[in-house]
Design a binder for this molecule. Sequence first.
Ligand SMILES: [Zn+2]
Ligand SMILES: [Zn+2]
Length: 342
Amino acid sequence: MPIRLLNLLVLLPSFLWADQWYKGNTHVHTTLCGHADTKPDAVAQWYHDRGYNFLILSEHNKFIDPTTVQLKGQVREDFLLVPGEEVTAAVHTTAMNVHRLVPWGFKDNNRSKVLQNHVDETRKAGGVTILNHPIWGRHIHAHEIYPVKNLYMFELYNAHPGVKNFRTAHTPSTEQLWDALLEKGMTIYGVSSDDAHKLQKWGEKENNPGRGWVMVRSKELTSDALTTAMLKGDFYSSSGVMLSKLVRGETTIEIEVDSTTTTKELGSEFLFGRPVRKGEPGTTIEFIGPHGEVVQSTPGHKASCKVKGAYLRGKVTHRVKKEDGSLREYYAWTQPIFADGR
Ligand SMILES: [Zn+2]
Ligand SMILES: [Zn+2]
């Protein structure tokens, strides 16, 4: 007993003060929406059993109280259900860390007003808003997002096969949208999520989980601490690449890729990567500023860069040649730092 107590005392300070990285998904569906195939308990179980630390069961206009979700077997202490909802109207948003249902009935032809209503109603319910899949259906433009107050996050990467994240002949990429907002002076961070609806049938073209997530640096695994950390941009978004070091200093971003964990993630049977036609296999760290300009591009696993212009953000691209000869890309995106010291 005394030895245990001593151990506890030695461990206590680091446990209390050291920040940790938590893996989470902010967006997934269940049978409650009528077009997904798995019940809330089993959806939560899937994420629990695969080592995630937190999950939002973000149902369309339904609030799933985490206390009603039953997990089987030995439940890990480092797994948390953060309460939420996908507020679904002319725009879709994740209401993160709300304590009740957020109303969704507000209608207006002006989508900035609809989005502002989501943000305001979500705040009244104690939470924060993530704008979901902006390039989907009638895609949302920067000029519609920019006027919205108290919006600090959007989905930079949404792994639903029907959602566009990358540039097409008709639509910009979410990164272009992001740069347009950052250039205008908006403080907005990029989230990566699954938006999965299907856990019964598996395949690259299926809308399965396990493909987009965030890594949040937080002192503790609570809904409030995670939300606060994300609002400060203290997280990165991933579609496969994991980092061992990320420093968002006042003037510099420093990045180191964790090869071991990245290899482990890429070994997942649920992750396929983005098919691309050109490029050599390997890892590149890019630093991007206003107008999407790549201000520095460094091959390898380690790089740092000083802010040039109004802001700077980091992006890691890891390109792999598969056994079938196809090229696939996986990413990690850091949040921006701002030259004005925000
Ligand atoms: Zn949606
Ligand atoms: Zn959704």
